[in-house]
Design a protein around this ligand. Structure first.
Ligand code: DP6
Length: 339
């Protein structure tokens, strides 16, 4: 075992594993959103964000660095992947290889237990699982903080799928201090995320393209002006299990992000009429006293957040609304781990 210095950090390095290494990670749902980067290449976000890992939904990834390979081989759901998705994986592995000072290519096999149209972005769980499996396979022993920084390079939100439960990603001022940590374990609060799938089609502009447009909206600076207050308020609400405060700030933050999206150049309008119906109904149930609120990511699907005692009732009501093709139910989940 040797110690190496990289980017001002001391990293413990063993020899690369002679066996494939497998890791699991969950996707996460952001309560305070990440939208826009200060540095697009390093994925340094414009603002800090807060999220919850989603148990039950997972990516399982196995990595093996094989000196006999002439390029990386990426298999997803049993199929060989080429093109942009494979290039993104290889670009990420280049960061891992540079870190470790190793130049072998890798065999990567990955599987999601949720379909691409589940209304949950798979890039967070994908790059969190890949960061853990690849760094371990290449012989790096990274702390949770280093792992979170590394996962961020693959997909910003992936840095929040490394720590357990309820997670805060500090925007930071550089690559060194932009990482996520757990603010509370999964058992802290029995929230349920009912993911309402409204449209399974592919988005015209995904998150990476959307982040690049955020700065073109005149509303982005207004969204950013008070985002740290929303992070602080949402963190306190989570820690105190104060659903009312949580609900207000989560919905406000989601609406602000969508206002930025709609006013960017090119405008991004992700909601469908059915999205609006779910949001209206959630508001009306909350007025009746049900602890329920909603948030929407870069797509039309709605994440309905509800305290577990009311989850079955809310799920039943949602199932009667038009245009919802499926509802996935997820609870607070653990961080990334090796198996
Ligand atoms: C709307 O992490 O998917 O879900 O870094 O380009 O992979 P990349 O973007 P990504 O962006 C997530 C955007 C969001 C909000 C959030 O999860 O905070």
């Amino acid at each position: 075992m040797i110690k190496i210095h990289f980017n001002h950090n001391e990293i413990t390095m063993k020899s690369p594993e002679s066996q494939p290494v497998t890791a699991i990670a969950h996707p996460n749902i952001a309560f305070i959103k990440y939208w826009g980067n200060r540095d697009q290449q390093l994925r340094l976000p414009c603002n800090s964000s807060l999220s919850m890992n989603l148990s039950g939904l997972e990516t399982r990834t196995t990595v093996y660095f094989d000196p006999s390979l002439h390029k990386d081989v990426f298999i997803l759901g049993g199929e060989r992947i080429t093109g942009a998705a494979a290039e993104r994986v290889s670009a990420f592995l280049n960061v891992v290889r540079e870190f470790a000072g190793v130049d072998s290519y890798a065999q990567i096999e990955s599987q999601n237990n949720f379909p691409a149209g589940a209304g949950v972005a798979s890039s967070a769980s994908a790059f969190a699982a890949l960061a853990l499996a690849a760094s371990t396979a290449i012989g790096l022993e990274l702390s949770e903080k280093e792992l979170s920084r590394l996962a961020r390079r693959g997909s910003g939100s992936a840095c929040r799928s490394i720590p357990t439960g309820f997670v805060e990603w500090q925007a930071g001022s550089s690559d060194a201090d932009s990482y996520a940590w757990s603010i509370a374990p999964a058992q802290h609060w029995s929230l349920v995320d009912l993911v309402c799938v409204i449209d399974k089609g592919h988005k015209a502009v995904g998150s990476t393209g959307g982040h690049a447009l955020a700065g073109t909206s005149p509303l982005q600076s207004l969204r950013l002006a008070h985002v740290q207050e929303r992070v602080d308020l949402c963190r306190s609400a989570i820690l105190a299990r104060d659903f009312e405060t949580f609900a207000e700030v989560v919905e406000e933050d989601s609406n602000l992000m969508h206002a930025v999206m709609r006013t960017s150049n090119t405008p991004l309008h992700y909601w469908l009429p059915e999205t609006e119906v779910v949001l209206w109904m959630v508001k009306s149930w909350r007025k009746e006293g049900i602890p329920v609120c909603a948030t929407v990511d870069a797509g039309p699907n709605v994440h309905v957040l509800v305290e577990s005692a009311h989850a079955n009732w809310v799920e039943q009501q949602l199932s009667r609304l038009p245009g919802i093709s499926q509802i996935y139910k997820a609870q607070p989940g653990d961080g990334a781990r090796l198996i």
